[in-house]
Ligand binder design. Structure first.
Ligand SMILES: [Mg+2]
Length: 225
């Protein structure tokens, strides 16, 4: 981690890195895809759909079923917002401690959040987990949604956009990601990355080109060791 701290900007993915929403969202995706006629379980949804944007998922399900299913997005999102805005999203273990440690650094890197999710979903998960305040609240210019620029990871555009807005250069950025598509986006953006284990095994994140991987964020603490 010592070499990784030699950077100007840390870009955090939201779900699975800061907020523990993915067990819920992958369960709901499996339920919605099944509702439209492709019977899948949560394990399959994690393997197949994790880190993909809804347009891609809708296209994949449409291909599988042989008919378009544009209603899938609304079916999923209505259930997802109901659960998320009902509260209960928790920070990822170690996330608050890591943010505390970064705060305590003198002249440490700036930080921001960049997610494939819509702003409303970022808002619900960052607010209900208490993480939003750590980035200056939801109106903060350090929170970036792929929907703002209509380009989604693994396209590197979101990370490059966040980097430019934050006044950094790609070679001085470190990305924290828990999905293969996020690591791929970081590699394509020319950025170093920390692959955070969770629903996707760290071996897969390494295979995509993560600079280092950790099973949990606690492994990075204390910083600089
Ligand atoms: Mg993620």
């Amino acid at each position: 981690m010592r070499e990784l701290l030699d950077c100007d900007l840390i870009i955090f993915d939201c779900d699975g890195v800061l907020v523990d929403t993915e067990p819920m969202t992958t369960r709901l995706i499996a339920e919605s895809v099944s509702h439209f006629g492709w019977a899948v379980d949560q394990a399959f949804a994690i393997e197949t759909f994790k880190g993909k944007d809804m347009k891609e998922i809708v296209a994949m399900v449409g291909d599988h079923l042989g008919r378009a299913v544009p209603e899938l997005t609304e079916h999923y999102r209505a259930r997802m917002y109901a659960e998320l805005e009902g509260g209960g999203a928790e920070p990822i273990p170690g996330a608050v401690e890591l943010l505390d440690a970064l705060d305590a650094l003198t002249g440490g890197p700036k930080r921001c959040v960049a997610s494939n999710g819509p702003r409303r979903k970022m808002q619900a998960s960052l607010l209900s987990s208490g993480i939003a305040d750590r980035f200056g609240g939801m109106e903060s210019p350090t929170i970036f949604s792929a929907y703002d620029i209509e380009k989604w990871k693994p396209d590197p555009a979101l990370f490059l956009h966040a980097c430019a807005q934050m006044g950094a250069t790609p070679d001085r950025c470190v990305v924290f990601e828990d999905s293969e598509s996020g690591i791929e986006a970081a590699v394509r953006a020319g950025m170093r990355s920390v692959g955070v284990g969770g629903l996707t095994p760290t071996a897969k994140l390494s295979a995509k080109g993560a600079t280092i991987t950790v099973e949990t964020l606690h492994e990075l603490l204390p910083l600089g060791v």
